[in-house]
Write a protein that binds this ligand. Structure first.
Ligand code: ADE
Length: 967
């Protein structure tokens, strides 16, 4: 951050390279490389005296003093010894001194001075004893604070002054400092020389070395990080070192390798019993069930004995084992088919990939003399890899004992050497299947159901287990149900639809054949029909009655109250008036490209000017189509006005002429004090010209750069308010600018800002900031919302994003957004949640508004009307602008962490700005109950809006409470 120097931590970001302390009490040095305690013998001193005084605790203070205030033309020098500059290019000199004011010394008028001079000279090595003032370069004249002598109980006491000066770039290996007295009364107490650096840090598991900032304070040093031990790179880790020794914009990251987890910024090996199978910043996990490890840094745990991991099993999965045998095997047999069914094993081994295989054996009376059935027998669907727990056996021979062994297997069965677990069943193929059942009767039917019954079969050949009833409308798919009794009620049928029913009986020996199809239809009985018709009649009667009553009442009103009709007409008339006024206000922007001939659009929206009325005075710039000039426009009966004239240079193509004039067609539709005004066009003679109002101060970005630090915050907010007002007008008209940036705002002599540079896509072609994106469009990346960059979703919400960037440009006096980061890095860092920090001296409320504008979710960004009212409020209550971001930076507890920014606008303003003002009271009450956050916002959408806004603003409630900030 920019402000670290002002905060207690700054010492860690600077390095002291030399300190000269003659007094011990006031010394603040942390790291003294070359110091003189007592009187420095290496200093050259000419008329400066080394004097020791005692402080109130009777400790010596060593000082260098000079006080030749009575004699004119003093030239007294004190020089330090040679100081190595180490890695620094820019150094800081902090001097502590006392200085007597001349008024406090009688008879010295004309000879006494109140300043001294600080000098330096660079050299690669110490010079030896020769001191030559002519070789020295002056750094500055040093004066004391405004009140450098104080009265205390009648005694005059000297105040200690502290002054710091920058020197650099220093190119040689070291330097000397020298202090020149020209007749003042000075005591130099200490001198500290230091430089700033971005200190070694670890971010996102990447290490960044000590880095010296650039001398040029507006540029950053890009530093590549290297991963900590046992970590690997994901996106290239990078940080930028800022001029004040603070790290900015973390990009990319490293992640802990397999077997290692992140803990306090480094990667630690997983403990025994834990593993991490994938690189990433997740924690080590306990070994999955039935696996273990006795060593550290394990990526995969080993399976316990009897448990296995299949080739495709992930390391996160438990180890498993083969299943136990299937259970409850039964069979059903008829003349031609034998159906085997079973239940799944009680232990699936912990897996879901269970399949079955069936082996057929023919056994004699001795079970040990079995042989595998020959090829004659068939299994449907097959005999191995069965996923269902049933199989049909065909083509078997009568009067044979068949033994079927049914085995369950899973993905690890092959890895196990233990014997196979199967269940066997023996079937003798001499049982008779049941006979067919007889006729099926329809007992009754309702709209969706039908009741059927039938006779039991004459020869079931055993106990009847149940009946299966199969039915369908079309033969493509069917449903079935079972019944123990010879009757069934089938429900869920479609009304008035024919269904086909088949029924068969099941005994221990298998199924009978199906009955022949019975085509039956579910329909209403006569009584049901009567009831339903009755209901319909009641509803119809009520409807007709109600309508009749309405007609009668209307007629009654019209006939009995004719006098009211006149009043109604008046009401209609005024409504019409309001409606028309509204229509007028809602004038919308018309895209000139929708005109078949765009030159017609120009004449619809722009006045043709006779060139004789224009006086061109001088060239003030160059546009893509030709020069931009300033000049005068004379309108009959009016005063001459200053204008800017854009010209279309000769030799243009039709297309260029059209593109040139399209800006006029757009500008001509606008009429607002914060939009650049079109005076007219010259199209009927050459050169073709666009004439607009003249803006004395040119474009906003260069204007601010030229007047860096010259304006009050209120003046800057006034400019921003004007731009927001112009943008509100444009968005109300449905016009999306797409290239809102300080360079496209013009400033007049009253500091009024006006939006300019219209022309949709052409604007972007012109803009030197616009770069080609991967989708082929040309876009000014730093000013553009992420959705517009990613998929060209331009809208007033993307203009609001750009407006936030313009705010940042204005508050930083024309600094380049994201400094010299590459476009690619800007896109990446925005995606990672980084947002531009508040410029130096920026009120916190304005930086919050910027952050509002930079919300990823475009619907949460403020509308331009919100922005205008928010800025109006700030202007009305200038005290809200007094709190600067640097005043409320919450410094972290440990060095190296990024300072937090507890945004603090009044809750009331903030809620108003996101249109959630109705929750103000609840919120105020909730401030006392922040942790529970029971703020009574019932609507989920509203909650989300508030929470998301809170997140984006990083408004950390707990911090606010802890640090006692006013909300
Ligand atoms: N440069 C471009 N347009 C201008 C205008 N209207 N006034 C001053 N300078 C400009």
């Amino acid at each position: 951050m920019f402000f670290l120097l002002l905060l207690p931590q700054w010492i860690s970001t600077s390095e002291t390279i030399g300190a000269y302390t003659w007094g011990s009490r006031v010394c603040v040095c942390v790291c003294i490389i070359r110091i003189f305690l007592g009187f420095p013998t290496l200093l050259f001193s000419f008329q400066w005296d080394a004097i020791t005084e005692m402080d109130e605790h009777n400790r010596p203070i060593h000082t260098y003093q000079v006080c030749n205030v009575m004699e004119p033309n003093q030239n007294n020098w004190l020089q330090t010894n040679w100081v190595s500059r180490d890695a620094a290019q820019k150094i800081y000199v902090e001097m502590k001194f006392t200085l007597r004011d001349c008024n406090s010394i009688p008879w010295v008028l004309g000879t006494c001075k109140e300043t001294f001079n600080l000098y330096y000279v660079e050299s690669d090595e110490p010079h030896g004893v020769k001191f030559k003032p002519s070789q020295y370069t002056k750094i500055d004249t040093i004066a004391a604070d405004e009140s450098f002598t104080q009265m205390d109980l009648g005694d005059r006491i000297l105040k200690l002054n502290t002054e710091v000066r920058e020197v650099g770039p220093i190119n040689k290996k070291g330097f000397y400092l020298a202090f020149q007295d020209i007749g003042a009364c000075i005591a130099l107490v200490s001198v500290r020389v230091y430089y700033k650096k971005c200190p070694f840090t670890v971010r996102n598991l990447a290490m960044f070395p000590d880095t010296i900032p650039r001398v040029d304070s507006s540029s950053l040093v890009e530093v590549r990080g290297s991963c900590v031990k046992s970590a690997e790179e994901r996106d290239t880790p990078k940080l930028y070192c800022g001029a004040d020794g603070d790290w900015l914009v973390p990009l990319g990251r490293c992640i802990c390798s397999v077997g290692y987890e992140e803990l306090d910024g480094s990667c630690h090996a997983c403990r025994p019993g834990f593993y991490k199978a994938f690189a990433g910043n997740v924690k080590c996990s306990k070994c999955p069930p039935h696996s273990l490890t006795h060593i550290e840094a394990t990526s995969v745990c080993q399976c316990e004995k009897g448990y296995f991991r299949a080739e495709k099993d992930p390391p996160t999965m438990a180890c498993t084992r083969p299943p136990s045998a299937p259970r409850n095997v039964v069979f059903n047999i008829n003349e031609t088919a034998l159906m085997l069914e079973w239940s799944p094993p009680s232990d699936t081994g912990g897996r879901k990939d269970l399949t079955y295989s069936v082996v057929c054996k023919k056994c004699g009376s001795d079970a040990s003399q079995c042989e595998v059935c020959g090829g004659g027998i068939r299994f449907v669907p097959r005999h191995t890899g069965l996923t269902n727990s049933s199989v049909t056996v065909l083509d078997f021979v009568s009067h044979v004992n068949y033994t079927f062994e049914i085995e369950a297997t899973n993905g690890v069965s092959e890895l196990s050497f233990s014997p196979k677990q199967f269940t066997a069943i023996t079937v003798t193929t001499d049982q008779d299947a049941p006979t067919l059942i007889g006729m099926v009767r329809k007992d009754w039917a309702s709209q969706n159901s039908i009741a059927l019954s039938w006779q039991e079969p004459d020869f079931p050949h055993g106990a009847i287990l149940d009946y299966e009833i199969k039915y369908y409308e079309k033969q493509l798919s069917y449903s079935s149900t079972r019944s123990k009794a010879p009757s069934v009620i089938v429900t869920g049928l479609k009304p008035a639809t024919k269904y086909i029913f088949h029924i068969r009986v099941r005994t221990a020996a298998g199924y009978s054949g199906y009955t022949s199809p019975s085509s039956l239809c579910a329909s209403l009985s006569a009584s049901d029909m009567a009831a339903e018709q009755g209901q319909i009649l009641v509803i119809a009667t009520a409807a007709v009655g109600g309508f009749t009553l309405l007609v009668i009442l209307t007629l009654f009103f019209l006939i009995t109250v004719p006098s009211k009709i006149k009043n109604l007409r008046i009401i209609f008339k005024s409504l019409n008036h309001i409606y028309r006024a509204k229509i007028r206000r809602l004038k919308t922007y018309i895209d000139p490209d929708t005109y078949e001939d765009p030159s017609l659009a120009v004449h619809e929206f722009a006045k043709e000017i006779d060139p004789s009325r224009i006086r061109i005075e001088r060239v003030i710039g160059a546009g893509e189509f030709g020069e931009v000039c300033s000049g005068r426009l004379k309108t009959p009966g009016k005063r001459e006005i200053p204008v800017a004239i854009k010209t279309l240079k000769g030799g243009y193509m039709d297309r260029q002429r059209r593109d040139f004039l399209r800006e006029a067609s757009i500008m001509g539709q606008f009429d607002h004090p914060n939009i650049i005004r079109l005076e007219g066009v010259v199209t009927k003679s050459k050169p073709v010209m666009i004439v607009v109002e003249y803006m004395e101060n040119g474009s906003l970005d260069s204007f601010l750069r030229k007047h860096d630090g010259h304006f009050t915050v209120i003046q800057l907010v006034g400019m921003l308010r004007g731009i927001a007002s112009g943008m509100k007008y444009l968005s109300d008209m449905g016009y999306v600018h797409r290239d809102l940036a300080a360079r496209n705002i013009l400033v007049n002599s009253n500091l009024m800002c006006k939006v300019s540079d219209f022309g949709l896509s052409r604007v972007l072609e012109d803009d030197p900031e616009a770069a080609y994106t991967t989708s082929g469009g040309k876009i000014p990346i730093r000013w553009t919302a992420p959705e517009a960059i990613a998929y060209r979703k331009f809208s007033s919400a993307s203009d609001a994003w750009s407006y936030g960037i313009v705010m940042w440009e204005v508050m930083s006096y024309g600094e380049r957004p994201y400094w010299e980061m590459s476009n690619q890095d800007v896109i990446l860092s925005i995606e990672e949640g980084y947002r531009l920090p508040a410029p130096m001296g920026c009120p916190a409320s304005l930086h919050q508004l910027m952050l509002h504008c930079w919300q990823k979710e475009r619907n949460l960004r403020p509308k331009f009307s919100d922005i205008v009212s928010f800025l109006d409020k700030l202007i009305r209550n200038p005290s809200t602008l007094h709190t600067l971001v640097e005043d409320i930076l919450v410094m972290p507890d440990s060095p190296g962490e990024v300072p937090e920014y507890p945004l603090f606008v009044s809750v009331s303003d903030w809620l108003d700005s996101i249109k959630m003002g109705q929750y103000k009271n609840n919120f105020m009450a909730a401030v006392y109950n922040l942790l529970s956050l029971q703020i009574g916002v019932a609507l989920i959408g509203h909650q989300r809006r508030i929470v998301s806004s809170l997140q984006t603003l990083r408004l950390h409630m707990m911090h606010i409470q802890e640090k006692g900030f006013h909300v």
